[in-house]
Ligand binder design. Structure first.
Ligand code: SF4
Ligand code: MG
Length: 333
C-alpha cells in the first residue's frame, strides 16, 4: 500500500516563560524530531509512559498544535514544511481537516454537556455546510449513531444520559461524520471499563474495514496494542527508541526501554517466563532531558558513550528500527 502520511523530523517545543517580562528561558521538547510513514489501512500504535509526548505528537500531526519544526505530507501533499515555510492554503486545510479526525481519551470531557447528541455528532457537517438543513443534519447524525451501535433515536438525548462506552461511541460517530481517511485515536479506551474496551476496539476495527480507515492509535496499554495494531512505535522523552511490525517487537524487543515495557505485559502463555524489568526512577522532565541517550539515567546497560552521544534510529532488520548504541552487544547480534 502507498503512504497516506509521511512525517519528517517533527518537533513540538513549548516555551518555558519566567519573570515579569515572561522571557523564554528554555523549552519543553515534547516531540523532539520524529520521522515515520503510515501506509493506507495500517493501525499504528504509538506507545510509551505518560508524559513521553505521544498525545502531543498526535495533535501536532493533525495541526491542532502548531509544529515547531518538521514536514508533514498527507497523500503525497505537503501540509506544512516549517523550515521552507510551506503551508497549505486555507481552503485546502479545511478539506484536510475533514480527512483527519481525532477520537479523544475522555468521552466525558470531550462532549459538550449542553448540546444534544444530534447536534454533537452533526457539528462538523453543519460547520462545513455539507447538509442543507438542520433536519438533514439530524438524519445524518441518526445514521452515524446506528453505524456505531447506538439507537438513532438517541439524537434528542444529552451526554450525561449515557454510559462511558456509549459516550465513546458518540465520540466515534462524531469523528466519522466528515468521512475521514485518517483518525488519531488518543487512548480511546483508557477511560472505559475493561468489559467495554473490547467492544469499542471491535467497533473501531469494523469501521476501519468498512471505510478503509487508517489509525494512529496512541496508548500506554501494550496488551491492547499487541492485539490491535499492525505496527508499533515506542516513544521516550519525545523521541522514538524502537519502531517495527507488532509481531517482531513483541516477540523480540531490542531496545532496553521496550524490553522493560513489555516485561510488564501479561503473557498469553503462562509457561513462558519473561523476567519483569522494573525501571529505576521516573521519566526525567522533558524540560531538562538527559544528555546523549535520553534513557541512560534508567538504563541498566548504560556506558560512557550513552551519556555523550545521542543514538540514531538504525534499521536492524527489515522495517525494524532501534536507537541504542549497544543494541548488538545487549542482544548478542
Ligand atoms: Fe541504554 Fe545506552 Fe542503549 Fe541508551 S544507548 S538504551 S543508555 S545502552
Ligand atoms: Mg496523553
Amino acid at each position: 500500500a502507498e503512504n497516506l502520511l509521511e512525517i519528517k523530523d517533527l518537533k513540538k517545543y513549548f516555551p518555558i516563560k519566567e519573570g515579569v517580562l515572561s522571557r523564554t528561558v528554555g523549552y519543553v521538547k515534547a516531540v523532539d524530531g520524529i520521522s515515520f510513514n503510515i501506509k493506507k489501512g495500517e493501525i499504528v500504535g504509538l506507545v510509551g509512559e505518560s508524559g513521553c509526548g505521544k498525545s502531543t505528537a498526535g495533535r501536532t500531526i493533525l495541526n491542532l498544535l502548531e509544529p515547531t519544526a518538521g514536514v508533514v505530507k498527507f497523500e503525497g501533499e505537503t501540509i506544512f514544511d516549517v523550515e521552507n515555510k510551506v503551508k497549505v492554503k486555507k481552503a485546502k486545510m479545511q478539506k484536510l481537516r475533514r480527512d483527519m479526525q481525532i477520537i479523544f481519551q475522555d468521552p466525558y470531557a470531550s462532549l459538550d454537556p449542553r448540546m444534544n447528541v444530534g447536534m454533537i455528532v452533526s457539528e462538523g457537517i453543519r460547520k462545513h455546510k455539507l447538509v442543507k438543513s438542520k433536519r438533514e443534519a439530524m438524519e445524518k447524525a441518526q445514521d452515524l449513531l446506528e453505524l456505531c451501535g447506538l439507537e438513532g433515536s438517541n439524537i434528542q438525548k444529552y451526554p450525561h444520559e449515557f454510559s462511558g462506552g456509549q459516550r465513546q461511541r458518540i465520540g466515534i460517530a462524531r469523528a466519522l461524520a466528515l468521512e475521514p481517511k485518517f483518525i488519531v485515536a488518543d487512548e480511546p479506551i483508557a477511560a472505559l471499563d475493561v468489559s467495554i474496551q473490547a467492544q469499542v476496539l471491535r467497533l473501531m476495527q469494523d469501521l476501519k474495514e468498512r471505510f478503509g480507515l487508517t489509525y494512529l492509535f496512541v496508548s500506554h496499554d501494550l496488551s491492547v496494542v499487541q492485539y490491535f495494531c499492525t505496527k508499533v512505535m515506542v516513544m521516550y522523552l519525545g523521541s522514538f527508541v524502537e519502531t517495527g511490525p507488532t509481531k517482531k517487537i513483541f516477540k523480540d524487543p531490542l531496545h532496553p526501554y521496550t524490553k522493560s515495557l513489555l516485561s510488564a505485559v501479561p503473557k498469553s502463555d503462562p509457561r513462558s517466563k519473561r523476567k519483569r524489568i522494573v525501571l529505576k526512577g521516573d521519566v526525567p522532565s522533558p524540560a531538562n532531558p538527559p544528555t546523549g541517550c535520553k534513557f541512560h539515567t534508567r538504563c541498566e546497560y548504560a556506558e560512557n558513550i550513552c551519556k555523550e552521544e545521542q543514538p540514531i534510529l538504525r534499521e536492524m532488520e527489515s522495517d525494524h528500527f532501534v536507537s541504542c548504541h549497544l543494541v548488538e552487544k545487549i542482544n548478542k547480534i
